[in-house]
Structures are given as structure tokens and as C-alpha cells.
Design a protein around this ligand. Structure first.
Ligand SMILES: [Zn+2]
Ligand SMILES: [Zn+2]
Length: 166
């Protein structure tokens, strides 16, 4: 079943974690009003699309070369079976307005039982014309902050007092 995304209000904070409202952040990209200008904004808008279960947008922003490997059913299954809980961009290379390739490393948090888990991925993006596309990504081992840095789960505690507790 595909849940319609229309229920997420544009006046709520954007799911991608930017401080803007949804209506001023990822929504114009999801609606096709504007192309995402950078690899990072495309990545953020794809996270928001997973969050709001906008399968059409996820398919549309996969590079055409890779589309056949990720069927609508698979994308819908991932979107519908996961409760996303936050996004942190860890690193980016190129992917600016004038570039045609870009790399974005991120942590996407999701709920699992009572706790949180992380998807840590380095994604590659490519621009064709004015449109950025998701090309592919490498799954990475769980992101480990330094011991006195904030925990990846956004609890506000230091890593050593939270998921990094020995
Ligand atoms: Zn956003
Ligand atoms: Zn934690």
C-alpha cells in the first residue's frame, strides 16, 4: 500500500532537519516546482520523500541508468516499512550548483522497537541538464562520533554517555 504524502503539513519543520518549514524547504522539489540545486538538497529532498512516502519522487530522482534495479514495489516497501527519525549530513564533496557530480555522506536515523538505529551511507549523485539524480551509494559501518562529541542519535548527550557507553 502506498500512503499518500499529502498529509504532512507544509508549515511543519522539514523532515530533513533543516530549520525551514517543509513548504519552504523540500516540498517545492517534491512537487516538481523547482529542481533541487545541489546534490545535498536532492539528498535531503529524497529523505523527506521517504519520510512522507512520496514514491513517485524517489523513482523520478533515481538516475535513469539505475531505475530498473529498484522497482516501485521495492521503493514503496522501504518507504512504508521504515519510521525515519532524523537526518544528519556528515560530509559532502562537490555537488554544488556548477558541478555535475557530487558525494553526500549522511546518517539517517530510524526507529527499531523502542530505540533508534542508523543508516550510514555515502551516496553518489549526478546531474543531467538541471536535474540532480541519485546514482548509487555505499553502506558504511555505523557512524562513531568521538567520545566527547554529541551522540549520533541526537539525544543531546555525549556519545560516551549514550550509545558509546562501554
Ligand atoms: Zn528539507
Ligand atoms: Zn545515543
Amino acid at each position: 500500500m502506498i500512503v499518500n504524502a499529502g498529509s504532512y503539513s507544509q508549515s511543519l519543520p522539514c523532515p530533513c532537519g533543516d530549520l525551514q518549514n517543509f513548504g519552504r524547504c523540500c516540498l517545492p522539489y517534491l512537487q516538481g516546482t523547482l529542481p533541487a540545486p545541489t546534490a545535498e538538497t536532492l539528498m535531503r529532498s529524497r529523505y523527506s520523500a521517504y519520510y512522507t512516502k512520496n514514491v513517485d519522487y524517489l523513482l523520478k530522482t533515481q538516475h535513469p541508468k539505475h531505475r530498473k534495479f529498484n522497482s516501485r514495489q521495492e521503493v514503496a516497501k522501504t518507504a512504508n516499512s521504515t519510521t525515519w527519525a532524523g537526518l544528519t549530513i556528515v560530509d559532502r564533496k562537490k555537488g554544488q550548483v556548477k558541478d555535475t557530480t557530487g558525494i553526500v555522506e549522511f546518517i539517517a536515523l530510524y526507529r527499531i522497537g523502542d530505540g533508534l538505529s542508523q543508516l550510514h551511507e555515502r551516496s553518489r549523485f549526478q546531474k543531467e541538464g538541471r536535474q540532480w539524480y541519485y546514482l548509487d551509494g555505499d553502506l558504511l559501518p555505523p557512524y562513531q562520533p568521538k567520545r566527547s562529541e554529541p551522540c549520533w542519535c541526537k539525544s543531546g548527550k555525549k556519545f560516551k554517555h549514550c550509545h558509546g557507553k562501554k
